[in-house]
Design a protein around this ligand. Sequence first.
Ligand SMILES: C[S@@+](CC[C@H](N)C(=O)[O-])C[C@H]1O[C@@H](n2cnc3c(N)ncnc32)[C@H](O)[C@@H]1O
Length: 274
Amino acid sequence: MSDPVTISFDRAAHLYDRTRGLPEEIQARAAELIVETTAATTSETRFFEHGIGSGRIALPLVRRGFDFTGVDVSVKMLEQLRANLEPQHAARLHLHTADIRALPFEHDSFDVAISAHVLHLVPEWEAALDELIRVLRPGGTLCYCHEPHDESGPTRSMDRKWKQILARLGHDASSPGAWGPQVIDTLTHLGDQVQRLQVGSWDRPITRAGLLVRYEHRTNSPEWSVPEALYQPALEELQDWASTKYPSPDEPLVDPGTFEIIFARFGAQSSAPH
Ligand SMILES: C[S@@+](CC[C@H](N)C(=O)[O-])C[C@H]1O[C@@H](n2cnc3c(N)ncnc32)[C@H](O)[C@@H]1O
């Protein structure tokens, strides 16, 4: 590919489920909604997910008996996914190490294609979306999983502060690809029928100490590219800011979470026009 930047999650594989997991009922409801809305059947429907990771979205569908193919650049995330799945379901899960910008599949290979929390990582996200649509059969459905940011919550508030600190120190911490609103606009334009459905909302309990763990342990991808020389001064400034904003480290805070899925059906034409 022309752009060499690919954010593999090898370094986060051992802690991804702990730090980005969804409540079990939200995971189960997402699977249910996908099955209902796509009218999927275990005998016929071929599922595919690009950037499948450790299986937040895929696992409940595989456990329900569906045939599921996934690709990821991170060998360790795929190993974690295999470890997360009970052996009796393993034969239905087909995993490949591949870049989502150049998928190793024929046109029209799948009935349902899933994209969850990956296009913000890929500079050529339109090429990745185009590839996802290319491998979808005519009449198939693309499911875009979206977790809208609640700008008023403590997680976003701290992240805004972190980005401001880094920007002042000369580092741009924005993601290389596209976030939900931009992808949803594109799908609305490209899809034949587009439906946006709520999976659910929940409150995530968190504390100041818990919010800082992400930055102290560099668990999330935007922190991986921050130059070492900037990291410690930026972190100290963030810790000072957090101590003022949330004076007690263990005071219970609430971070609202929301999960929705955009279902885009693609008709006779199965590749995105450019
Ligand atoms: C944030 S995780 C999301 C995983 C899963 N879709 C989920 O919702 O839990 C993003 C995944 O995309 C993978 N990834 C990033 N860039 C990729 C690329 N260009 N090709 C394939 N996988 C990629 C990462 O290795 C990581 O496992």
